[in-house]
Design a protein around this ligand. Structure first.
Ligand SMILES: *Cc1c(COP(=O)(O)O)cnc(C)c1O
Length: 459
């Protein structure tokens, strides 16, 4: 008999969770203006808001914290991190930043100007925010299969190569400062990009002489999927696959809060010294000196270790199987979840889950709020609220899909927590026909509105 799959870690420190009542949750949600970001963490039983910065560090990472070097310049911990980045990604130059969006801010300050076009596969919200803030435009060239949530395609993060070439052909090269490939693609559901597609994007980037950067928050999960799903890579090990992936990039931005398995941090990796130098000035202005850039020495030490742990096969198997376990528990109950299950999260298709809620009343947000009321489970809306208004017309942008993302923190929850989450979702699914009213906006910010939005119930 095959032994069952189980976690590859045991628990050394525990944190208690508080199970609230439905009455408490109703009140808390009202006080939070129906924005789950406004809840206090004690008000949440299972927190699947994000996998960002919410992971558990290993005993080796905690040990690294204790020996971190806090020197302003030339810290030993900086060199440890530099060594990890060179070994794993092959980039000689790097700049630490306080998180991923800071890496974007620094890099785009050096590269992106008003009127520019930045093509890629479904840019992440902060990436798009930083592009649009500079009056430039992000163009999404993801394959059309990505928006059909029921379709089982192995690499839904892939770029439509023809579409990308159309963009590259139609605009003069000096207006395209870089191409950004997001691996895995968060906005299409934590879906991977194949090595074959990476190579094709690389080929176009050489043909048109445009730098190619990877937005690499979940690079290790992407590598796992390449090994599992792309025939030529089944026999390669994860570090080899990662090295090959990054051999096709001119640089990377990284949110270390995901596949760095640390609670804060980020960096930019560069192949080109000139761009590294240009970006260094912005790093010093916005982040800190080039050998710490917004990170404490001890945090760089923990990241240097986390990057090595995240490419271990036992870790990655546990990670991917746990997310898949939750996804399959929902699928078998008939809950419409995105297929195939992504690397860091399960995405529930809210348009198919709640057919009676109007688009104008924020379907995915309505579902996320129901899951919280039902079982104290906090997910996040990836739909019309997150899509923001069109920067010119100021109309709501209705994306092709409305999703609720249940993101699984790394090494935090057990499979029994996943069973609890699945039961919560199934309970809401059973009463879905009674959910008809959504929500209305009472206040919103100009950009990245979903973080701070205030809502009221629609009648
Ligand atoms: C999280 C994330 C970012 C931004 O990183 P932060 O650390 O949250 O600032 C950028 N791109 C992708 C794909 C991400 O998942």
């Amino acid at each position: 008999m095959n032994l069952p799959f189980c976690e590859n870690y045991k628990i050394k420190t525990v944190e208690s969770l508080y199970k609230s009542t439905t009455a408490q949750r109703l009140q808390w949600l009202k006080d939070a203006r129906y924005n789950l970001f406004n809840l206090r963490s004690e008000q949440v039983f299972i927190d699947l808001l994000t996998d960002s910065g919410t992971g558990s560090m290993s005993q080796e990472q905690w040990a690294a914290i204790m020996t971190g070097d806090e020197s302003y310049a030339g810290s030993r911990s900086y060199f440890k991190l530099k060594e990890s980045i060179e070994d794993i990604f092959g980039f000689r130059y790097f700049l630490p930043t306080h998180q991923g969006r800071a890496a974007e801010n620094v890099l785009f300050s050096a590269l992106v100007k008003a009127g520019d076009i930045v093509p890629g596969n479904a840019h992440f919200d902060t990436t798009k925010g930083h592009i649009e803030f500079r009056k430039a435009t992000a163009i999404d060239c993801t394959i059309t299969e990505a928006s059909d949530t029921a379709l089982n395609h192995p690499f839904k993060g892939n770029v439509d190569i023809e579409k990308l070439e159309e963009v590259l052909k139609s605009v003069s090269p000096e207006k395209i400062p870089l191409i950004i490939l997001t691996i895995t693609c968060n906005s299409t559901g934590g879906q991977p990009v194949s090595m074959g597609n990476i190579k094709e994007v690389y080929r176009l980037s050489r043909k048109y002489n445009i730098p190619l950067f990877f937005d690499s928050a979940r690079f290790a999960e992407n590598a796992w999927f390449i090994k599992e799903r792309e025939a030529d890579y089944a026999e390669k090990n994860i570090p080899e696959i990662v090295r090959e992936m990054f051999s096709y990039a001119d640089g990377m931005t990284m949110s270390s809060k995901k596949d760095g398995i640390v609670n804060i941090g980020g960096f930019i990796g560069f192949r080109n010294q000139e761009l590294f130098r240009k970006s260094s000035t912005y790093n010093i202005m916005f982040e800190g000196y080039i050998t710490y850039g917004g990170m404490a020495g001890r945090d760089m030490a923990a990241l240097a270790q986390g990057l090595r742990e995240v490419i271990e096969p036992d870790y990655l198997e546990t990670r991917i199987r746990q997310v898949e376990f939750l996804g399959n528990s929902l699928s078998v109950a008939g809950v419409p979840v995105q297929q195939p299950i992504g690397g860091h999260a399960v995405f529930i298709d809210a348009l198919r889950f709640l057919p009676f809620v109007k688009r104008e009343e924020f379907v995915a947000q309505t579902l996320a709020l129901e899951l919280y009321l039902e079982g104290g489970v906090r997910g996040v809306e990836i739909g019309t609220l997150m899509a923001d208004r069109d920067p010119i017309s100021r109309e709501n942008r209705f994306p092709k899909t409305e999703m609720v993302r249940l993101a699984i923190p790394r090494r935090v929850y057990t499979n029994s927590h996943m069973e609890y989450v699945a039961a919560t979702v199934r309970n809401v699914f059973e009463r879905r026909e009674n959910i008809k009213n959504g929500y209305r906006i009472t206040w919103e910010a100009e950009i990245l509105r979903h973080f701070t939005i205030e809502l009221e119930k629609a009648q």
